[in-house]
Design a protein around this ligand. Sequence first.
Ligand SMILES: *[C@@H]1O[C@H](CO)[C@@H](O)[C@H](O)[C@H]1NC(C)=O
Ligand SMILES: *[C@@H]1O[C@H](CO)[C@@H](O)[C@H](O)[C@H]1NC(C)=O
Ligand SMILES: *[C@@H]1O[C@H](CO)[C@@H](O)[C@H](O)[C@H]1NC(C)=O
Length: 395
Amino acid sequence: MEHIPSCEVSDTILCNVFFSFFCLRQLIYHSFAQYLVAEKGYKEDLLTVTAEEWDFCSKGLVLDLEEGNFLKLAADGTILRACHGTKTMTAEMIEEVYGEKREWKHFKTINGTYARSENSGTYFPTVKQDPGRYLKSCPESLKNWIRSLKNAGKTLLLITSSHSDYCRLLCEHILGKDFEELFDIIITNALKPGFFSLTPQQRPFWTLDNDVEVDMLPGLEKAGWYSQGNWVHLYDLLKKMTEKPEPKVVYFGDSMRSDIFSARHYSNWETVLILEELEGGEVQEPDMTDFGSSLKKKGKYDSPSQENYSISRKWGSYFADCIAGSKSSQDTSCVTWCCSSIRNYSTITIPSVMAIVDLPLDYKFTRFSGISDIDGYYPQPPAILLSQSTEGAAA
Ligand SMILES: *[C@@H]1O[C@H](CO)[C@@H](O)[C@H](O)[C@H]1NC(C)=O
Ligand SMILES: *[C@@H]1O[C@H](CO)[C@@H](O)[C@H](O)[C@H]1NC(C)=O
Ligand SMILES: *[C@@H]1O[C@H](CO)[C@@H](O)[C@H](O)[C@H]1NC(C)=O
């Protein structure tokens, strides 16, 4: 291994709001269940959830609305596992619906676009009523990290699709009443991923007065708090503020679709994916002895997580799986579509911002590259990818 390109935090830091500090999963479920029971006449037992049912709720699945099936997809679109509703489908059942090659006909539409329809529910009003119940404030060390970036001359941004009043509510709880001082530019109602994807028919920025959009702007002249907008006008402002022809932007986000794919694909920014699955059961198992050098940072950071991100028994690992061979052939291991997206569109992937706040600001991370599919995970890759890469090396 000669030269692995490294990624250094520099010039401009673009921070997506630290919404990872929510206890989200249960809130999303309960607000949706509440809606179905109260508004649509569903039975009340939807409101109680067993451990087995939580195990079924796994990130990285796609829902085939036409057939009513949840699908776990490999990087090339092959269906790895499927459930009809919550009932597991056998290999035979999968092949009956999707053919011998196990292809989902809409894969080509979502691959490379991350297209999806929108949701609604009682989620936002619920948080508004009782923010303390759902939001955890950031540890002081995280706020200090943001301050030290600013003191080191970085331009700090917050971009969120939430409206300004809601953003203020969240940030006051998460970052404190003085949160506006932490950032140079705040953009709300950004309507991601359209913020990145809609060029050249981009939406303009708007000024805000008391949370109301007032004036439409042909471009951005100075730092401040704005609504809507697009990355092209923002980037022009960053050039002015940094006095650099091509300021380097590092964008943090926890959505592959709205943040990471979009910021990389349309704007070619450096991207840091926040992925809770990178802690808990997905990293605990490996036998460390053979990986001393690549895992030397392990143990530096204690997870602040209150949730249990162990591997789903129903769906297996978020990152990889096996395709069961037919009678004659062997099982083959492969990475999931999500895992392939991480490697293609994120510069590095971390379990939480807390994993990096104690590092020196000029720390050089190893990025995902053509050389290795696992180098960009910090502090350590998921165990299942380590075992697959040693299988590969042995073969
Ligand atoms: C999925 O999209 C990527 C990026 O555009 C492309 O390289 C890959 O070939 C696509 N996969 C399939 C199976 O179409
Ligand atoms: C996480 O969940 C698994 C399966 O439900 C359980 O066996 C394990 O003890 C849990 N771990 C923690 C730290 O709660
Ligand atoms: C990632 O890139 C590789 C190589 O270009 C491609 O084969 C793969 O399909 C891509 N995966 C996704 C999810 O875009």
